[in-house]
Design a protein around this ligand. Structure first.
Ligand code: MF3
Ligand code: CO
Ligand code: CO
Length: 275
């Protein structure tokens, strides 16, 4: 394909992505901050002995107290309010009755619907003392998200985001999961476009002000390959090595990026602590 045709294709794809105005930004700030507050609220409870079902209950209560609804509940047959992905679970782990153990690492993914708008964010938590290699994976994954977010500005392509994430993760001898991606969102939970966490700068749609999407890299210590368990949801690494993920909901602004899901409590001042 010629360069001219490539840029036409990009324009076409860009044109299918919603662009939102000031009221939508205000609504997404509210939804994003409430989802991030739920993650802040959970931090003291992520300790050895707690079950992921207890964490799920706390988020459901928190959501209802604040006039919000957890988006995963009854979403395509999902029966819980959050996703809890422990150790070699890559994403979409289902809360259950098994207690967390000292040394586990866990991703907790919260999506809340507030006044019809979706705030979607996830973080890693350390359960007690964790290994140095687990800690390093978490640091690499958080840095990868940060580098991805820094690529968000009008005129850059979605490929700039994936390229920054992949280049960094692979330099750190980690691998990027290719089977799951970030997504557009707003009144919809999962909308266009897909946000790949790998690729090349210049590929994909050109970013324009008013676009809303998530960036949510899943980074593995071992190989990138995953499989989904027979429950139809839980995605695990095929080599059973550790996997980590962080997620923010962001907007493209006139000048760059707005992150809707920063911790209102000021958590995640990396790398001093992540719990
Ligand atoms: N919150 C997840 C995401 O980042 C989606 C979870 S869908 C569920 O897109 F059904 F598994 F909850
Ligand atoms: Co998401
Ligand atoms: Co999520």
């Amino acid at each position: 394909m010629s360069n001219v045709e490539v840029s036409r294709a990009q324009l076409r794809e860009t044109g299918t992505i919603k662009r939102h105005g000031p009221e939508a930004f205000a609504a997404m700030r509210k939804a994003g901050q409430l989802a991030a507050s739920a993650l802040d609220m959970l931090a003291p409870y992520v300790v050895p002995g707690v079950t992921t079902e207890e964490l799920d209950d706390r988020v459901l209560d928190f959501a209802l107290e604040h006039g919000a609804v957890p988006a995963p509940l009854n979403y395509r047959g999902f029966t819980k309010s959050i996703c809890t992905s422990i150790n070699h679970v890559v994403c979409h782990g289902i809360p259950g009755s098994k207690p967390l153990r000292e040394g586990d690492i866990i991703n907790i993914d919260v999506t809340l619907i507030v006044d019809g708008w979706h705030g979607d964010t996830s973080r890693m938590y350390a359960v007690g003392e964790i290994s140095r290699r687990a800690e390093r994976l978490i640091e690499v994954t958080y840095e990868a998200l940060k580098l991805g977010v820094e690529q968000v500005k009008p005129g850059n392509t979605l490929g700039h985001i994936g390229a920054a994430i992949q280049k960094f993760a692979e330099k750190e001898r980690c691998s990027v999961v290719k089977d799951f991606c970030g997504h557009g969102l707003g009144r919809l939970f999962h909308d266009r476009p897909n946000i790949l966490h790998y690729g090349e700068a210049g590929e994909g749609a050109v970013m324009e002000p008013g676009m809303f999407f998530t960036i949510e890299p899943m980074i593995n210590l071992g190989k990138p390959h995953v499989k989904v368990l027979s429950d139809g949801w839980t995605a695990v690494t095929r080599d059973r090595e550790l996997s980590a993920q962080f997620e923010h909901t962001v907007a493209v602004t006139e000048t760059g990026v707005e992150v809707f899901t920063h911790s209102p409590a000021g958590r995640l001042e990396w790398p001093s602590h992540f719990n």
